[in-house]
Ligand binder design. Structure first.
Ligand code: NOJ
Length: 536
């Protein structure tokens, strides 16, 4: 059924609120849930397949809520499940207010939302404001003629000369290709910072702003707890569309797009989210070169609540490099009273276990680093299983951006089908039987149980969930920090070096990445690729 965003249920002032579980109605502190909470990213295609067609779906997510509740996450961020021709696997949306039949339907979404809420798990949905699919009816109208009322909902320009695009911007995932495509029907070029199938919406047009606000209202009215906003730094653009100077001209334009109008648009989204009750969160994907670029998108407490901090996704497994990133984050965000986030893996990058090398021990130590840092951690489904990227044979490559490896299906069971239909859309990750959820749940020494213990420790400790952070001097190779809040204190030691070291700190080991010695006094030695959380 086609749903019109303008006619969603309820109004922006009286949202439909679903029954909530005890964790939602008894917050641990006065801080909004998204500061102390842990967000778990579900890439719906790859998470769980209820109908056996080889592609994950919303009913699959609902059926696996047990896993997420047992693990102890506070919120789920669902990557796009909207109607889409799937040129970019859902980030090319042809109807922002409907569920693609591959993933289910709106009634199924409502069931998932209601059941998640009843278990105390919030649901954050992806919002893709920068572009639509070229199959969206808005773009179909826009490309029809230069006079169509929807023409200026997208960005159309004349070329510089015959066959020459309006400027030198490069698109993403098209191998150095232009961010402009000539549409012969009207002999003008349209902008697409990503694939040609993803034309950029024109946020300089107030009608577009209103239409996209309607999209937000549609989902807020249904009861979602917020949005992860796709490449939100791309929506405001220099109206002169000047050439990118070197070295930016060598990489896709989206990696450096900056325009002040973006901030006004984000403030508009924030005001809209705040017209609803219940701490609806805006989490921005501001995939810009560094923290200095990202920090302004928090505004003065009137733009994003959280911006993804991708610093650790670019950092090697090296204590000096990590320390620098932690310091930079504090330097840039603290003056704005902005709350950080931490990400190690997602659906766009090689999983950190594969990236870092170092096997499971290192992945375990990384989990301690992520979950005891100051800031909201984002877990990417499967990292709690210690998954590596899948090897994708050439004839099974489907993503134009080369990201299939990290999108391999989650193995739920140890049997050969791993809980999926006969032909999953991508191959399973390595060692799937041993890493499957059922096998690891049965093994208290598994990495899955480590994640669960870390989440429980974080939840129970004001210092770990909300406390201040102080970096500590430590032996070479070791990253050490102290967290404290209201008399509660924890120390984390992560050994990223390659020789055992002696450490002076004393305290009870609350969580150890290898599970050894938990509940006992720290023995004073730390092995490479291990980490501990101490209660002094
Ligand atoms: C960022 C998303 O994370 C990625 O998967 C997508 O391809 C681009 N934005 C374009 O929407």
């Amino acid at each position: 059924m086609k749903v019109d965003c303008h006619h969603s249920a309820g109004s922006s002032r009286s949202p439909t609120w679903h029954p909530v579980g005890w964790r939602l109605v008894t917050p641990r502190t006065d801080a909004p849930w998204w500061r102390s909470g842990v967000v778990y990213q579900v890439y719906p295609r790859s998470f769980a397949d209820a109908d056996g067609d080889g592609v994950g779906d919303l009913e699959g997510v609902r059926q696996r809520l047990d896993h997420l509740e047992w693990l102890g996450v506070d919120a789920v961020w669902l990557s796009p499940f909207y109607r889409s021709p799937m040129a970019d696997f859902g980030y090319d949306v042809s109807d922002f207010c409907d569920v693609d039949p591959l993933f289910g339907d709106l009634a199924g979404f409502d069931r998932l939302l209601e059941e998640a809420h009843s278990r105390g798990i919030r649901i954050v949905v992806d919002f893709v404001p920068n572009h639509s699919s070229d199959q969206h009816e808005w773009f179909q109208a826009s490309r029809r003629s230069r006079d169509d009322p929807k023409r200026h909902w997208y960005v159309w320009r004349d070329g510089r000369g015959p066959g020459e695009p309006p400027n030198n911007w490069l698109g993403a995932f098209i191998d150095g290709g232009s961010a402009w495509t000539l549409d012969p029907a009207t002999d003008q070029w349209y902008l697409h910072q990503f694939l040609p199938e993803q034309p950029d919406l024109n946020w300089a047009n107030p009608e577009v702003v209103e239409a996209m606000h309607d999209v937000m209202r549609f989902w807020l009215d249904r009861g979602v707890d917020g949005f992860r906003i796709d490449v939100v730094h791309c929506i405001g653009r220099d109206p002169d569309y000047p050439d990118d100077p070197p070295p930016w001209s060598e990489i896709p334009h989206c990696a450096s797009n900056e325009h002040p109008s973006t901030h006004a648009h984000i403030r508009g989204m924030r005001a809209l989210a705040e017209s609803y009750d219940g701490d609806r969160v805006l989490i921005g994907e501001t995939a810009l070169p560094g923290t200095r670029w990202v920090a302004p998108y928090y505004g003065r407490g009137d733009e994003l609540h959280l911006a993804f901090n991708f610093a650790a996704t670019h950092a090697p497994w090296d204590a000096v490099a990590w320390r620098r990133r932690v310091e930079r984050l504090a330097e840039e965000l603290d003056p704005r009273s902005a709350w950080p986030s931490w990400v190690l893996s997602n659906h766009d990058i090689v999983r950190h276990r594969s990236r870092y090398g170092g096997g499971e021990a290192r992945a375990r130590a990384a989990a301690v680093a992520l979950l005891t840092q100051r800031g909201t951690p984002f877990l990417y489904a499967g990292e709690e299983l210690g998954l590596e990227d899948a090897t994708i044979p050439a004839d099974r490559v489907v993503d134009p951006g080369g990201r299939d490896g990290c999108r391999a299906p989650i193995p739920w069971t140890s049997d050969p089908g791993h809980g999926w239909g006969p032909s999953p859309w991508l191959p399973f990750p390595p060692d799937a039987a041993r890493r499957a959820v059922d096998a690891q749940r049965a093994d208290p020494t598994s990495i899955l149980h480590l994640y669960r213990r870390l989440l429980a420790a974080r939840r129970a400790s004001p210092a770990l969930s909300l406390g201040a952070l102080q970096l500590l001097d430590a032996p070479p190779g070791v990253l050490a920090w102290r967290r404290h809040q209201d008399g509660d204190e924890r120390i984390t030691l992560v050994h990223m070096g390659d020789r055992p070291v002696v450490v002076e700190w004393r305290g009870v080991v609350e969580v150890a990445s290898d599970g050894v010695g938990e509940g006992d006094e720290l023995r004073g030695h730390l092995q490479p690729d291990t980490a501990v959380v101490l209660r002094p």
